[in-house]
Design a binder for this molecule. Structure first.
Ligand code: CA
Length: 224
């Protein structure tokens, strides 16, 4: 079971995140103070640290900096209400692996956690992962897409976008979320690139919007 440390001073929010993550099968330890959080973060082995930026005792940035200066490489996702470019930059400069502004949908946090674990340890579950959706079969490890048994050819980016949509089936993802998850949140790409790639994927899959539906003003969803 993967062990997560959640350092977040807002107790109701921390409790909510903790319950959701436990529901997903993670073992979660939550602390509400920066200093205590740092001691736990540096003193024990964790698979992931979720770190609030504004904390009593010691700030998220400072915790991150200190851990990295101790050569602690535990993956860190920063959670914060602040979302200025400066905060994003200082969060990343301090050594965080990803950055998620509040408020966020829990599905997005879970998607980021999965993405981070795949980056850290790509062999883990991706190798044999098979996703089925309507008449599609997607083999993540071999990057193969079949429709009704017939193999279809996808570029790397098209495939990555398709897999993100499939893994979040029935959840609407905004263009910004898709851009972050597929192109990387430091990417300079514009959100309309998402529309372009959705069009490519639809052309290859056929069936118009049978697989990927547009949610006007929001983004896209695969509804199964
Ligand atoms: Ca806070």
């Amino acid at each position: 079971m993967r062990k997560l440390l959640l350092i977040e001073d807002e107790p109701n929010f921390a409790r909510f995140v903790e319950l959701e993550l436990e529901h997903e099968g993670f073992e979660v330890t939550a602390v509400h103070n920066g200093r205590e959080g740092f001691l736990l973060a540096s003193g024990q082995e964790w698979d992931l640290i979720l770190l609030d930026l504004m904390l009593p005792g010691l700030s998220g940035i400072e915790i991150c900096r200190r851990l990295r200066s101790q050569r602690n490489k535990t993956p860190i996702i920063m959670l914060t209400a602040r979302n200025s470019v400066m905060d994003r930059v200082s969060g990343l400069d301090s050594g965080a692996d990803d950055y998620l502004p509040k408020p966020f949908e829990i599905e997005e946090l879970l998607a980021r956690i999965r993405a981070l674990f795949r980056r850290v340890d790509p062999s883990e579950d991706e190798e044999n992962e098979k996703i089925e959706f309507l008449d599609l079969q997607v083999y993540v490890g071999s990057r193969t897409v079949k429709r009704d048994g017939e193999e279809l050819s996808f570029t790397k980016r098209e495939f990555d976008l398709l897999v993100v949509l499939l893994r979040n089936a029935n959840n609407v993802l905004s263009r910004d979320q898709l851009l972050d998850l597929v192109w990387g949140f430091e990417s300079e790409a514009e959100t309309n690139v998402v529309d372009v790639y959705v069009r490519y994927i639809r052309q290859k899959l056929g069936g118009g919007d049978k697989y990927i539906q547009t949610v006007r003003g929001v983004g896209y969803v695969m509804k199964g």
